[in-house]
Design a protein around this ligand. Structure first.
Ligand SMILES: C[S@@+](CC[C@H](N)C(=O)[O-])C[C@H]1O[C@@H](n2cnc3c(N)ncnc32)[C@H](O)[C@@H]1O
Length: 282
């Protein structure tokens, strides 16, 4: 068989690739995802001049760089600015006013730390940063944005998007924090200096223990990431995330996700937004 002829994977190739992905990334590729997995990898297998997916897996197992390359291809990166607006509303109208009141009463410092876990191409962490900068002038804002995919992290740190994404951003933030590309950058927009200064990107696999120096956070966003995990790897990942959530912190999942019946000591305060049980205030 020549490399161009390769189209499908055998049962055993699929099982071996599925197990490898599950072991290293936590994502469970069910039988229904087989075609998707094939479609996402076939071009790479051909580019490497290989004639079987089995041979590709051998390369992936031997070379860390090819493992990363494979991960870049299999993850789903769909995202948008201000996705799930009710959560941003809750941040602006319920959480931030409490922080301000606590800071006025000297019960908290004026420093906010946020983790956007599974940040994709940056739309989520930059949306959070726009709200925090505009609502908390004079405060120190730190947004740590992590993802497993080097490709999306590169794009996110460049902070450049097609101009049509501008419609996703409320006008007042767009005017204040985004720059419209001119000349060679025509048709794009870029996050301005103030915004870029508060968002820091880092590669981090949520299927592994995070480095201890990551620190603790007031808010942790992990939206539309763990939906691809199975129950067991999801539970372990949530435990790890929560070990970095402050006593008065909030945890954000995607709208289709829930912690109900998960056994975690959190309670919902708004759709898919949680805080520790026992805390009096939202
Ligand atoms: C669908 S996007 C969600 C982006 C954003 N959180 C949102 O809700 O718009 C999922 C992101 O999770 C990342 N991801 C998948 N598995 C991961 C893992 N094991 N560790 C860290 N990030 C992972 C993917 O690379 C992708 O960028």
């Amino acid at each position: 068989m020549n490399a161009d002829a390769i189209r499908s994977m055998t049962d055993s190739e699929f099982r071996a690739l599925r197990d490898f992905v599950y072991q290293h990334v936590g994502i469970l590729m069910t039988e229904q995802k087989r075609e998707l997995l094939t479609a996402r990898l076939v071009r790479r297998v051909r580019t490497l001049g290989l004639d079987r997916f089995g041979a590709y897996l051998d390369v992936v197992e031997r070379h860390r760089s090819e493992r990363d390359e494979m991960i870049d291809r299999i993850v789903t990166n769909e995202t948008k600015f201000f996705r799930e607006p009710s959560q941003f509303d809750y941040l602006e109208k319920a959480i931030i006013p409490r922080w301000r009141a606590d800071a006025d009463a000297r019960h908290r410092n004026r420093h906010v730390r946020v983790w956007s876990a599974g940040c994709s191409m940056g739309q989520e962490p930059y949306s959070i940063a726009m709200i925090l900068l505009s609502e908390l002038p004079g405060w120190t804002v730190e947004v740590v944005a992590t993802d497993i995919s080097n490709r999306v992290l590169r794009q996110a740190s460049e902070a450049v998007w097609p101009i049509d994404k501008a419609t996703e951003i409320p006008r007042q933030h767009l005017e204040k924090y985004m720059l419209r590309g001119v000349r060679t950058q025509e048709g794009t927009m870029r996050a301005g200096e103030a915004l870029r200064a508060v968002v820091r990107f880092k590669r981090l696999n949520l299927h592994e223990t995070p480095p201890p120096d990551l620190g603790s956070f007031d808010l942790i966003f992990c939206r539309n990431v763990l939906i691809y995990f199975d129950g067991k790897s999801r539970r372990v990942a949530v435990d790890r995330l929560l070990s970095h959530l402050r006593d008065d912190g909030h945890f954000f999942l995607g709208h289709s996700e829930s912690l109900l019946n998960s056994g975690h000591p959190l309670r919902p305060v708004s759709p898919s937004v949680y805080t520790w049980k026992g805390r009096l205030h939202a």
